[in-house]
Design a protein around this ligand. Structure first.
Ligand code: CP
Ligand code: NVA
Length: 329
């Protein structure tokens, strides 16, 4: 947009398809409401009409560097890319963190010569932002210690399928104020959904993410509420979301955390405080009968496998838009 007269920008606004092309997705906060809405709209269309997008990324290459384990993220990115006509190359970094053998800048300057998009799953969030700074091709956060944006986009796609518009929707997250919680708060805020977060005292989401989410929510007209009482968080919720108490990289804290998180378990009693039409969400993998009971995870309110399926559709939409191929052919 640089150099374009302001008046012309108003008359001829840049569409999200144009504005997202060539960009990175390190955080949900990288997106505007319009861009997020466009990714979601495209994701719904791709899910309904997959054949229309069969060759949209013909011969494009995607590399995935993963420092942490994955089932859903790896397979949904690979299947997304393959069914769009491109190819995915997976590099297991679980035994050697990125930047150890050579600098992130040098990795970026090599990889951008061969591939169209770089997907990273890391411990340090800065590994992703630094790679994005150096690489000329889009860099996508496939989970860091700070955020899990692709998860949150698929989760809100799942909620849109069930509920339509989410403006004024009551979304609740209970458990650890972790990477998934951060991305969900930001996504809720962008879509104008209210977000109540119930965590133990020392496990609240990071203050700067809360501030970012509240700044967005001020514009979209929603409320971001933090509480310590799980019942207060869940009361009248339209959706109840939880995640593991101990994320990857924090395993040494598991024994200490287990009793602290016990009152935050999502079970049938806690779900009874939510709206009778409420759905239950979890990014998976779940620790059964720890943060959620089998009865809830496998029960009629659970949409966890829809979420898992939608990872693929949402990531197809994201890849198409970042690679400038967002329009239906
Ligand atoms: N939800 C999710 O990201 O799952 P994986 O860790 O299996 O990729
Ligand atoms: N918060 C979890 C999410 C796993 C998909 C973790 O980071 O391990």
């Amino acid at each position: 947009m640089a150099g374009k007269p302001a008046l012309l920008q108003e008359i001829e606004p840049v569409s999200p398809h144009e504005s997202l092309a060539g960009r990175d997705l390190c955080s949900v906060a990288d997106l505007t409401t319009t861009e997020l809405a466009a990714i979601l709209a495209l994701a719904h269309d791709i899910k309904a009409n997959p054949a229309a997008y069969r060759w949209a990324l013909d011969a494009k290459q995607m590399v995935m560097f993963f420092e942490k384990a994955s089932l859903r993220t790896r397979l949904t990115f690979e299947t997304a890319m393959n069914t769009l006509g491109g190819a995915a190359v997976f590099v297991d970094q679980t035994q050697s963190p990125l930047g150890e053998r050579e600098s992130l800048a040098d990795i970026a300057r090599n990889v951008e010569r061969w591939v169209s998009v770089i997907v990273l799953r890391t411990y340090a969030h800065e590994t992703i932002t630094e790679m994005a700074q150096y690489a000329s091709v889009p860099v996508v956060n496939a989970l860091s210690d700070l955020e899990h944006p692709c998860q949150a986009i698929a989760d809100f796609m799942t909620l849109q399928e069930r509920f339509g518009s989410l403006h004024g929707f009551n979304f609740t997250y209970v458990g650890d104020g972790n990477n998934v919680c951060h991305s969900l708060m930001l996504t809720a805020a962008l879509l104008g959904a209210h977000c109540a977060v119930g965590t133990p005292k020392n496990y609240a989401p990071k203050a700067d993410i809360v501030a970012q989410a509240r700044a967005i929510a001020n514009v979209t007209g929603s409320n971001i509420t933090l509480v310590n009482d799980p019942v207060a968080a869940v009361k009248d919720a339209d959706a109840v979301y939880t995640d593991v108490c101990t994320s990857m990289g924090f395993e040494h804290e598991a024994t200490k955390r287990a009793p602290i998180f016990k009152p935050y378990q999502v079970n049938e009693v806690l779900m009874s405080y939510a709206s009778p039409k409420a759905v239950f969400l979890h990014c998976l993998p779940a620790h059964r009968n720890a943060e959620v009971t089998d009865a809830v995870l496998d029960g009629p309110q659970s949409v966890v496998f829809d979420q898992a399926e939608n990872r693929m559709h949402a990531q197809k939409a994201l890849l198409l838009m970042l690679l400038g191929a967002g329009r239906k052919r």
